[in-house]
Design a protein around this ligand. Sequence first.
Ligand code: NAG
Ligand code: NAG
Length: 464
Amino acid sequence: MFSGGLMPRINRTFVLALLISFSSIFLLFQLYYYRQYASKNGFNISGGKGYLSGKEEHLHLLKKFLGLVRKFQLPVFLVDTASLNLLSQDDLLYKASQQKEPQCSFLCTHRDFTTFALLGNLWKYDKDALLQAAEERGLEVLEIRGKDPRLISMDDLTGNDIPLHFLIRFNNRVVHVVVLYERSGNYLWHGPLRLKASTDKTFIPFGKLDFGRHAGAYDRPELILTTLDGLDVRTPKNHSRFLIDHSNSRFLECRCKEAKTFYQLYPDETSPEVMDFKMKAKSLLHLASKVLSALGVPFWLSSGTCLGWYRQCNIIPYSKDVDLGIWIKDYRDDITQAFQKAGLPLKHHFGKVEDSLELSFQGNDVKLDIFFFYDDGDVMWNGGTQAKSGKKFKYVFPRFSLCWTELVDLKARVPCETLDYVTANYGPKWNVPVKVWDWKSSPPNVQENGVWPVREWDDVIQVY
Ligand SMILES: *[C@@H]1O[C@H](CO)[C@@H](O)[C@H](O)[C@H]1NC(C)=O
Ligand SMILES: *[C@@H]1O[C@H](CO)[C@@H](O)[C@H](O)[C@H]1NC(C)=O
């Protein structure tokens, strides 16, 4: 009885072990045969059975895609960051690739995809024919659509759907086409790549793509036609500039819906004085942007101008000035001169480069305040100075990065973490208009910061 119970248990263990060994050997066998098979056929195009290596598949896809580009006269250019990186670094490889038998060294990178941009405004829209032609060539196409922000306003929140991205696939290789649209601030915009619930999430590894995590904005790049890997493609003329622009391209749309709610609570003022102020503030903003861009100094909308954009997609009529922020590391001595040349005399110059620098220029009835921001560990801050007492103030913000947006037909930057920025400066009730505001005591983020030594006053308190 005792041994009879033990035996079947040993047998069962034995059989199990045997089964596992057999299936392992069988698996190894399959693996071995697969590798044999692959090395004979899979990685050799002349195997004659149409098995292509990854790179060959990629080149095949690119040739088909560029064939479609020619046939349909698609205004595309290369924006692939890996390809442009290679081009910006490897001049020798580039020259070599122009001479000898083309290998796919630039357009086929270590990745499974190559990215192109399509200038939506120049595209003669015959999408159905394009998609059909792609299918006829054995390519699969996934179109990602989204709302057209050019049509969305506070009067019409619905908007139309437009194509934002195309993903063109051959086997496991993909050409990603990012559609760029021209917006009213004379810049190029692309939408985010958002997948609908019905979209096949496995079409490609979406998370790896260069474009589409966020919307993006670009100045129109100068393009050149060149030959890469034996194929004619257009690329940005200055590869490294495009790469820098790409890394700073994130774009935030103004919150039209919330702005509309705001205006329902606090109707817009339309008196001639208000309209006049808004027009002057707009032209001052455009002028300031022109001056600073020419100097290569990045700036963002700060204080009341930032609040106006975030809360009501416009300039706050009673603010009486335009406020900009600039990193102190981007300060240049010739900023003041450049504004004066543009017809904006210096009104005051407070602080110094090492501490609390602030410049103010007098526009046509509207003042331009430029606050320089200091990076201090967990926070960013800018300074303030009271002219009559020499008292210093400090306005402290949580760390932020910069995003593009559009305000009064201008492409301009704002802190990406806008809500945190606005809340730091105006408190949790930023959504309620306040007409009486004291810059020394009202902001919740203001701190007293000592007094300038009297001997420095001539330098750090200059009023004109
Ligand atoms: C493919 O195989 C042929 C012979 O079968 C050989 O001549 C050729 O070099 C191979 N091509 C590649 C890319 O390995
Ligand atoms: C390309 O752009 C970079 C960055 O903006 C700039 O420093 C460089 O001078 C440009 N090169 C040419 C040839 O224009």
